[in-house]
Design a protein around this ligand. Structure first.
Ligand SMILES: *Cc1c(COP(=O)(O)O)cnc(C)c1O
Length: 309
C-alpha cells in the first residue's frame, strides 16, 4: 500500500501517554507496551520515545524490529520478541536488550543466556510451548518469566494451571483482557488500547458537486457528492466517515480517489475525517469486515504521518 500525499495521519502522542498512564494506574502492574508492526503503523520510534518513562519494556514480533528502531539503545527499556527467535545466538539478542520468546528445548537451550521468556500455548496453537512440555523448556532455558496470548478466561485458566505456583513472572493480557482483573498477573502487554483515540486521519474534499445521474464505476445514486484523493491503493474502502462533523459515507473507492456522499451544505475544501473525532476503528472495522486492529493499521498507513506532543 502506498500512502496518499493528500491524507494526513495525525498522531497525538500526549494521548498515547495519557492512555499508558491510565492503563498502568488502573491495572496496577507494569506495562510491556506492544509496538509490533511499527506500532500498528503509528511509528515505533515516536511511540516508544513518547512512553518510555511510563513502561517497563516494549514488545515486538521480530528481533529485526527491535534492532531497526534501536528500541533498547534509545529508551533503555528491555524488549520482548513474541515471534519465533530469528537467531539462536544469545549474543544477537543480548546486544540489543532483547529477551526472546522461546517455545522448545532447542531454542531455550541456545538462548538461555539472554533471559528467554517461555511462550505457552493455551489455545492459539502457533509458535508456543504445549503445556505438557513446559517444565522441560523452563529447565533448559533457566527460565523465570512466561507469557501466553490469552483472549479468554479458559486460556487464562490453562496458563495458571500449568505455570502458577512455580515462582515465574507471568503475563497474559493484551488489550482484550485488560478489564479482567485476574488476567493482569505480573504485567500487561497492551497494544491497541495504547493507541485508542490518539489517531486522526483526514483529507480535504477536492471536489463537491450536485450529482448528475448515475455516478462512478457502479452507477451509484446520490444527490450531492464529493471526491477525495485516496482510494484502495492506500487502503481505503467504502464505509463511514465524517464531513463537517456529520456522519457521511465513502460510497465508492477507485484506486487513488474515492466518492463521498455529501450534504447540500458541504463544499470543496471541507474536511473529511476518515478516523478520529466521533468515528472510531470499531465502526469502520464492522463495515470493512476486518478487526479494529486491521482498520487502524490500514488507516495509519493511508497517508502522511504527523505528530503532536
Ligand atoms: C499483539 C499482541 C499483544 C497486544 O495485542 P492488543 O490486542 O493490540 O493489545 C499482546 N500479546 C501478544 C502475544 C501479541 O501478539
Amino acid at each position: 500500500m502506498a500512502p496518499s500525499p493528500a491524507i494526513t495521519v495525525k498522531i497525538d502522542l500526549s494521548r498515547v501517554r495519557q492512555n499508558a498512564r491510565q492503563l498502568r494506574d488502573r491495572c496496577g502492574v507494569p506495562i510491556l507496551a506492544t509496538i509490533k508492526a511499527d506500532a500498528y503503523g503509528l511509528g515505533a520510534i515516536e511511540i516508544s520515545e513518547a512512553i518510555a518513562d511510563l513502561v517497563e519494556g516494549f514488545c515486538v514480533f521480530r528481533l529485526r524490529e527491535a534492532i531497526g528502531a534501536r528500541l533498547h539503545e534509545r529508551t533503555g527499556r528491555r524488549v520482548l520478541t513474541f515471534g519465533p527467535p530469528e537467531s539462536l545466538e544469545a549474543d544477537d539478542h543480548l546486544r540489543h536488550g532483547v529477551c526472546p520468546a522461546v517455545s522448545n528445548v532447542v531454542q531455550a537451550t541456545a538462548l538461555r543466556d539472554c533471559n528467554p521468556v517461555l511462550c505457552l500455548d493455551t489455545g492459539m496453537q502457533r509458535f508456543a510451548c504445549r503445556p505438557a512440555d513446559a517444565a522441560e523448556v523452563i529447565h533448559a532455558g533457566h527460565i523465570h518469566e512466561a507469557f501466553t496470548h490469552a483472549t479468554n478466561e479458559r486460556q487464562l485458566a490453562i496458563f495458571l494451571q500449568t505455570l502458577g505456583g512455580l515462582g515465574l513472572r507471568l503475563h497474559a493480557a493484551g488489550s482484550s483482557m485488560l478489564e479482567t482483573p485476574e488476567a493482569r498477573l505480573d504485567a500487561v502487554r497492551p497494544g491497541f488500547a495504547l493507541y485508542r483515540s490518539a489517531v486522526r486521519v483526514s483529507t480535504p474534499l477536492v471536489e463537491a458537486r450536485d450529482t448528475n445521474g448515475p455516478l462512478g464505476y457502479t452507477a451509484l445514486h446520490a444527490i450531492r457528492h464529493g471526491v477525495i484523493l485516496g482510494g484502495y491503493a492506500c487502503g481505503l474502502a467504502p464505509g463511514p466517515c465524517l464531513v463537517n462533523g456529520r456522519p457521511a459515507r465513502l460510497i465508492e473507492c477507485g484506486m487513488q480517489s474515492s466518492y463521498v456522499e455529501l450534504d447540500p451544505r458541504d463544499r470543496a475544501g471541507d474536511e473529511v475525517v476518515l478516523l478520529g473525532d466521533e468515528l472510531d476503528e470499531k465502526a469502520i472495522a464492522a463495515t470493512w469486515q476486518v478487526t479494529p486492529h486491521q482498520a487502524l493499521l490500514r488507516l495509519a498507513g493511508s497517508g502522511i504521518r504527523t505528530y503532536s506532543r
